[in-house]
Design a protein around this ligand. Sequence first.
Ligand code: SF4
Length: 278
Amino acid sequence: MDTPDPWPDNPLPILPAAHRLGVVESTTRNAQVFQNASCNWRCWYCFVPFDLLAANEAKTAWLTTDRMISLYRAETTPPLVIDCSGGQPDLIPEWIPWMMDSLTREGLHTTTYLWSDDNLSNDYFWRHLDPDQRRTVTAYRNYGRVGCFKGFNARSFAFNTRAEPTLFTRQFELFARLLATGIDLYAYATFTAPDDTNLDRDMTDFVDRLQEVHPTLPLRTIPLRIEAFGVVRPRLHPEHRHALEIQDQAIRAWNHEIERRFDAPTRALAMPDAPPKA
Ligand code: SF4
């Protein structure tokens, strides 16, 4: 959960998992991560090598969800948290209800916590799942999901993802639709940007837009500090190094907005109650 000051702690998915599982909260937790090896975006800071985002069959495998769960069970100490990550998991939206079906068949649905990531880029949840599959997802108790906002304005969004700037707005629309389903939903945000023109004003607008989705959504939104490590380093050009510096200005603007809009008791209520810390 730890992050460098002044970045807020990242409690996802540790706190929601502890809450649903009724286990003691800790600041670290192991998870079994399965990755969909494809993504429709190419964020320069992605920690996944790009050839593992390209649905490259030479480097991946087709697995059924039953097979994934049997591999998970074969671990010496299977973690309580199972993370469906990516890439973009929702390029195959059936993955999540199928995981839930497999976990339920194995009697693991109450003793594990399922988490999935979402880059808020598509509507496949509605377009390709039937009503029964959508109900499976929304009724599954031990499930949480995080949608990641890739920037605080259209310019930073396009710079980060290499996608169309207009898709920045679509992230809010998709998040609102997901929230309306009743899924236990959280958000990440990344603040790397090509320049700091109007940064304070744009951050104000960004938090306004989050509050238009839900008044307390900013308190369920965790800004993620982008780090230059591993596969990210060789991708860095001067504009990316500059963007890494700008995110440290942006987090101050974010913190200012949060403190201005929410008092300390309200901020403390943002995440689900969890059993006491160990
Ligand atoms: S959306 Fe996520 S998985 Fe896709 S490139 Fe960006 S960081 Fe990587």
